[in-house]
Design a protein around this ligand. Structure first.
Ligand code: PGA
Length: 254
């Protein structure tokens, strides 16, 4: 089963609007990279529209970092799926570990956000991953399976299909400590097994599972060479257009 790799740039809370536009202009010169893989740029909310406008006419996609699960209403500070689409986003990150751990987002909240994204036909990038303490206690697979079970609780096979899953071990994010390709592959297989049990063989075979956590131009090729790793979610190393282009350029020819 060939799965097209997907390389996403999660800028987190970085870059002004003009810096975001500069990146998009520079990166649009490398829009040929999108021939070999799906590329998604995920800036802060304000820059979704300017980045989408700058990349219009290329095959490069734009996403957002979070959403609220309601369509509209009295939710001060929140942004809905429809608003993100209106701004030009086609992807949205759901349940990033920084939201889970720093903003107190529970598995149940993540589930509501996942359902809202799917309802709106935004492609969710659902993040899962264990902390260092959980890994040291040998609990990593159980933790990730619990996150998946709750996130997909109210979602059927057909609705779940577009979801991209990003395995991001919390101890590897922003620490310079990447999971070994073996550790990543082992977890990606466990996630695919979980998908098979929950949604069946076909759904599991087509599901794309990214790795994230201290990915950079030096380790991208080794990760992307593995059949079980369907792409990368890149934080720090995605802030520079040249570095992100080098990572996307490490996708092996199909
Ligand atoms: P990092 O972040 O590449 O800076 O480790 C990855 C992420 O959190 O998505």
């Amino acid at each position: 089963m060939h799965r097209r790799k997907i390389i996403a740039a999660n800028w987190k809370m970085n870059k002004s609007i003009s810096a975001a536009e500069t990146f998009a202009r520079e990166f649009s010169r490398r829009s040929d990279l999108a021939d070999a893989c799906d590329i998604v740029i995920i800036p802060p909310f304000f820059s979704v529209r300017p980045v989408a406008d700058t990349l219009a006419g290329t095959q490069i996609h734009v996403g957002a970092q979070d959403l609220h699960w309601e369509a509209s209403g009295a939710f001060t500070g929140e942004v809905s799926a429809a608003m993100l689409q209106d701004a030009g986003a086609t992807y949205v990150i759901v349940g990033h570990s920084e939201r889970r751990h720093l903003m107190g987002e529970s598995d149940a909240v993540v589930a509501k956000k996942l359902a809202a994204a799917l309802r709106a036909s935004l492609i969710p990038i659902l993040c899962v991953g264990e902390t260092l303490a959980e890994r040291e206690a040998g609990r990593q697979t159980g933790v990730v399976e619990r996150q998946l079970t709750t996130a997909f609780e109210a979602v059927d096979e057909r609705a779940a299909a577009p979801t991209v899953i990003a395995y991001e071990p919390v101890w590897a994010i922003g620490t310079g400590r990447t999971a070994s390709a073996e550790d990543a592959v082992a977890m990606h297989r466990a996630i695919r097994d979980w998908m098979q049990t929950r949604f069946g063989e076909t759904a599991a075979a087509v599901a794309r599972i990214q790795y994230g956590g201290s990915v950079n131009p030096d380790n991208a090729a080794e990760l992307l060479a593995r059949e079980d790793i369907d792409g990368l979610l890149v934080g720090g190393a995605s802030l520079d257009a040249g570095s992100f282009a080098a990572i996307a350029g490490a996708v092996p020819a199909a």
